[in-house]
Design a protein around this ligand. Structure first.
Ligand SMILES: Nc1ccn([C@@H]2O[C@H](COP(=O)(O)OP(=O)(O)OP(=O)(O)O)[C@@H](O)[C@H]2O)c(=O)n1
Ligand SMILES: C[C@](O)(CO)[C@H](O)COP(=O)(O)O
Length: 240
């Protein structure tokens, strides 16, 4: 059961400190490319570089960006940063076997920051807009936990051994990232053991605090399978 938000702000000022963890520690098995999908090129540049740029927007005032990568891909990223002349400050962290483990590793790297807000974002959602990022930080400042989500556009059915049953899609939401939290809250959530039901950060936090949903964006797609890259190329020019 979700409890009322547990945290007490030491000062409104502390919640103005913004951090971001970009998780890019996966292998991209569903993309089945010759390299992890976060390194594939979108408009001639690595997907992850686009994502990093979105969070480095000065208007967002993110104080520190942590990038989580597979442990065996740190050198690849260093080489890409040299090749693409990347000078955006960020800290690199080796991830884990699951997304949960990678977020946890990113959080550990934020250890000297006790207060503030941290946005967790998939490194493979390169088209996220400043507006959506800003919305999650703003809602987390008020509600302690916030996540971007959109309404399903298709009809939805729940399948079982008896067949399938239509669902009321107006009561469903498709979860996106960023998912943004008070740092202390997210730390307490990630101190608990990993469960198979954790598919995003909201599911990790749910038992501690109600997660406020904010309007996401259909263009904020997660690059998962090959056709997503084609769609992302097309969407790029209409994304701000
Ligand atoms: N051990 C992992 C697994 C996933 N991720 C990150 O979590 C995001 C969402 O995961 P997903 O799309 O599933 O990425 P992959 O795990 O790379 O893809 P797949 O499941 O197809 O292997 C991605 O940015 C991915 O890099 C991560 O940081 N560490
Ligand atoms: C976190 C996420 O992007 C929210 O939609 C999603 O749950 C990640 O799922 P994946 O199976 O790890 O790609």
């Amino acid at each position: 059961m979700a409890l009322p938000r547990p945290s007490i702000h030491s000062s409104a000022q502390s919640l103005n400190h913004r951090y971001a963890i970009l998780v890019a520690g996966g292998s991209g098995s569903r993309m089945a490319a010759d390299r992890p999908k976060q390194f594939l090129l979108l408009r001639g540049e690595p997907v992850l570089l686009h994502t990093l740029r979105r969070f480095a927007d000065p208007a967002l005032a993110v104080a520190e960006i942590i990038v989580v990568l597979p442990a065996d891909q740190l050198a690849t990223w260093h080489a890409l940063c040299a090749q693409f002349n990347v000078h955006i400050p960020h800290r690199l962290v080796a991830g884990g076997a699951t997304r949960w483990a990678s977020v946890k590793a990113g959080l550990a790297a934020l250890k000297e920051h006790g207060e503030g807000l941290v946005a967790v974002h998939d490194g493979v959602r390169p088209l996220v807009s400043r507006l959506v990022i800003e919305r999650t930080y703003a809602a987390a400042a008020t509600h302690a936990a916030a996540a971007a989500a959109v309404l399903p556009k298709d009809s939805v059915r729940l399948v079982s051994q008896h067949g399938s049953a239509a669902q009321n899609r107006s009561r469903l939401r498709l979860m996106q990232t960023p998912q943004t939290f008070e740092i202390d809250l997210l730390r307490r959530a990630y101190a608990m053991p990993e469960l198979a039901t954790f598919t995003d950060d909201a599911t990790v936090v749910d038992d501690l605090c109600r997660v406020q949903l904010v309007e996401g964006d259909y263009r904020n797609l997660k690059i998962t399978t090959p056709e997503d890259l084609v769609v992302a190329e097309a969407l790029f020019s209409m994304n701000k």
